[in-house]
Design a protein around this ligand. Structure first.
Ligand code: S3P
Length: 436
């Protein structure tokens, strides 16, 4: 377990190209394994989470070759996957487990899906229930937790109104819908990221979206070609990784940083609107669109941030950015308040507790609430370097590394390697652009 010391910095300059988007990489890898023939996925995420997905797809019979930052996957066709004799290991990745549960529910074999200690504590009932409604035979520990035992079955299409706004639940049902007879419809209570819908369309599935309702036609029905096409695709950079650099460059006056090729899908960019509303100096440059996804460069300069309240329908669109936003609180004029985000308690760690604990270690004034937290702004005093316990959570580790740059004295991040779950070269990239 590596400890990483982060010292205060004067400013950030130069450029960073964040790793390929984690959410998109998972989806492309799964669909490539279900397609017929060879797909090439360029700028595929180096995240440990996406490696878990690749290992699972390989154990299910797809041919997976990793070449620098591209991945070549030879798919076996929608009916060509094979059962794995050993348990499929999703590691720390909720996306791997929940999306794969959808796919495995419709296969002609049984599977066991497991994960690390953190993933085994995260709720799976949210996917188990709709998948059972489709006819899946799934057993879970205490009917809610991994390991999941999934016996593939003939699935029926359903109309599903999701009780929680979750892209993972929506995706699990849509992927199972590929194997169901008829048209499966999913309605979401609030907008969530739409990478699954875009990727399904790209690989040739019959899918329609009307507002917050998405319909997918089973591959065996008349509305579908019966197969998925192999594709050659570029994964845009991960905005959720870029956000740590946007925050760091904003915090340090005189910063001037360029973030290259960042994914700017509108279901992910609420964070940029929020930064702009808080007074950040952000500019989007050279936008391009491919495969339904949008990417561009972002220029960020130092600025003073106002802070504010984040709540309601904003929450699912910013869910992965909330740790960074909370940690920015003590550097803002008004502080940061997060409401309606009880979901944060069932992420890779209980993020509300992890944030409150570590912010207090650095001297912040924090009120922890069941569904969020209030972090007082700069009037409550400057943060001091401290020893941070990220609780194995990549986003907590990276958020506090950013705070450390603007704190007084050095900060030690325990178990800093956990950043590799989404961003293996985070600390090197950060050091490279820091001026002290
Ligand atoms: C993800 C969806 C979000 C997000 C997670 C990745 C995805 O989770 O927090 O990091 O790739 O679909 P929920 O859908 O559970 O909110």
């Amino acid at each position: 377990m590596k400890k990483q010391t982060v010292r205060p910095a004067k400013r950030l300059t130069g450029g960073v190209a964040p790793p390929g988007d984690k959410s998109i990489s998972h989806r492309y890898a799964m669909l490539a394994a279900l397609a017929e023939g060879a797909s090439e996925l360029r700028h595929f995420s180096a995240a440990a989470d996406c490696r878990s997905t690749l290992d699972c797809m390989s154990a299910l019979g797809a041919e997976v070759k990793i070449e620098k930052d591209a991945v070549r996957i030879v798919g076996r066709g929608p009916r060509g996957l094979k059962g794995s004799w050993r348990a499929l290991d999703a590691g720390n990745s909720g996306t791997t487990m929940r999306l794969l549960a959808g796919i495995l529910s419709g296969q002609g074999f049984a599977s066991k899906l497991t994960g690390d200690d953190s993933l085994q504590k995260r709720p799976m009932k949210r996917v188990v229930l709709p998948l059972r409604e489709m006819g899946a035979d799934i057993r879970a520990r205490d009917d809610n937790f991994a390991p999941l035992e999934i016996r593939g079955a003939k699935l029926r299409a359903i109309d599903y109104k999701m009780p929680v706004p979750s892209a993972q639940v929506k995706s699990a049902v849509l992927l199972a819908g590929l194997f169901a007879e008829g048209a499966t419809t999913v309605a979401e209570p609030a907008r969530t990221r739409d990478h699954t819908e875009l990727a399904l369309e790209e690989f040739g599935a019959a899918i329609e979206k009307h507002g917050r309702t998405t319909t997918i036609h089973g591959l065996l029905g008349g509305n579908s070609s019966g197969a998925l096409k192999a594709k050659s695709l570029d994964v845009p950079g991960d905005l959720s990784s870029a956000v740590f650099f946007i925050a760091a460059a904003s915090l340090l006056p005189d910063s001037n940083l360029l973030l290259h090729n960042v994914g700017l899908n509108p279901t992910r960019t609420a964070i940029l609107d929020l930064f702009a509303a808080m007074g950040a100096s952000l500019q989007m440059l050279s936008l391009k669109s491919a495969q339904g996804e949008v990417a561009g460069d972002l220029s960020v300069k130092g600025a003073s941030l106002k802070g504010g309240v984040i709540e309601g329908e904003q929450i699912p669109l910013l869910i992965d950015e909330l740790p960074m936003l909370a940690v920015l609180g003590p550097f803002t004029e008004e502080g940061i308040e997060i409401r309606d985000a009880a979901e944060l308690r069932v992420k890779e760690s209980d993020r509300i507790a992890a944030l409150a604990d570590n912010l207090r270690r650095m001297g912040a004034t924090v009120e922890e609430r069941p569904d969020g937290l209030r972090v007082e702004g700069s009037k409550a005093g400057r943060l001091r370097g401290a020893e941070i316990d990220p609780r194995g959570d990549h986003r907590i580790a990276m958020a506090f590394a950013v705070a450390a740059l603007a704190a007084e004295g050095p900060t030690v991040i325990r178990d800093a390697d956990c950043a590799g779950v989404s961003y293996p070269t985070f600390f090197e990239d950060l050091e490279r652009v820091c001026e002290r």
